[in-house]
Structure formats: structure tokens, C-alpha cells
Design a protein around this ligand. Sequence first.
Ligand code: SF4
Length: 218
Amino acid sequence: MYEENDYLQISGFQHFSLCRRRWALIYIEDQWEDNWRTTAGQIMHEKAHDKNVAEKRSGTIIVNALKIASKELGISGECDIVQFHKDDAGVYLPKYKDKFRPYPIEYKRGRGQSIEADSIQICAQAMCLEEMLCCTVEKGALFYGEPHRRTEIDFTEVLRQKVKESAKDMHRIYHSKTTPKAIMGKYCNQCSFKDICLPGLSKSKKSVKEYLLRGLRN
Ligand code: SF4
């Protein structure tokens, strides 16, 4: 069990799954570089969070910007949207005098190129809801901006295991305060940290000085 002071941000799971170095640059070194992709993503989240209230539509309760945390995983954050669907096997909500099962929805920019990383993030949200509400959350959804539709995600044992392993690794690296080395991939081309990270340096057998001089000459 983790103490609140040690909690890491749930939004970090997506970065960590795509590139551990990128996660460390944001959460250990406190660097943040915007490009049009990160800005578009922020706008989508602001839209999702513009009403921090619960409303009931056709028997479903919809809650925006719900704060969540897990002592077991040592993480905290916020769900874009949680729908509570009426379900006899769900959690009893006294205000609505009935049982409901939570169904988290996460808004994402783009067409779902990073669906595995996004699935780990939303599964982490589901595991927080389970711990907080003492219920089972079987499914949730990712809402991608470009096709403008939902992709339903099953919170399988395999996905849950990935969340647990990622959380453990994130805590270990965070406490070591060591930023992992770059592993260059095609994802680097779209990364807003490229100019800070200099991923080419990790492949180069030349010195940092030679690499920078070559960059200045080009
Ligand atoms: S440029 Fe590549 S290696 Fe560097 S942080 Fe971005 S994704 Fe990771």
C-alpha cells in the first residue's frame, strides 16, 4: 500500500507505455513540450471536463471529471467521464436508491494509433474505481476524436497485469530519479520532446560534441 505523497499520475501510464524516457522527462524532470498534437489533446479533455456535475439520462448517471485513486497501485488522477449503468451486480448509490456499474470513458485525440497504451491508462482508471467503490468494472471505452466514435475496451486479466507491472516500474524509476535512455522508434517523429530528448544521440557512437556540431552544419 502506498502513501498519498507517493501517488503517481494516472495520465502517465499512456506516456510510460509508449516511451519510458518521455514519461521520465515529464514526471521526473518536469519538462513539457507542446506541439499541435498535445494541444489538440488538451482541448479534447477540457471539453470533456467542462461540467463537473452528475446528471441522469435514460437511467444512466453521467459524472464528469471524477477524482480517483488507488492505494494498492499508488496512483491518482481524474476520469474524463464515468457512466453508471443500472446493474443489480453493481454498487449501491444511496442518492439514486439503486445499484449501478461504473463505465469509464477516456477522450483521446487522433485515430487510435496508441490503443494499447490508451487501454492500459483506462484500465488503471477502472482498477481505481473498483478499489474506491468495492465493485467490479468489466468494460470502459476510448473515444477517439478523428473517427468520432467509441472503442470499447474489456478489462482482461492480461491488461490488469500490465497496469500492475507498469505501476511498479513507474514507482521504481521515479524513486531512482533516473531518466531512461532513448530507444529510437517511428513514434519519435511525432514526439513533442524530440528536441529535448535528442534520441539520435543514443544510437550515435560519436561524442555529444560531434553530434551537435553535425546538427549545426545541416
Ligand atoms: S523522441 Fe523518442 S525516445 Fe525521445 S522521448 Fe520522444 S518518443 Fe521517447
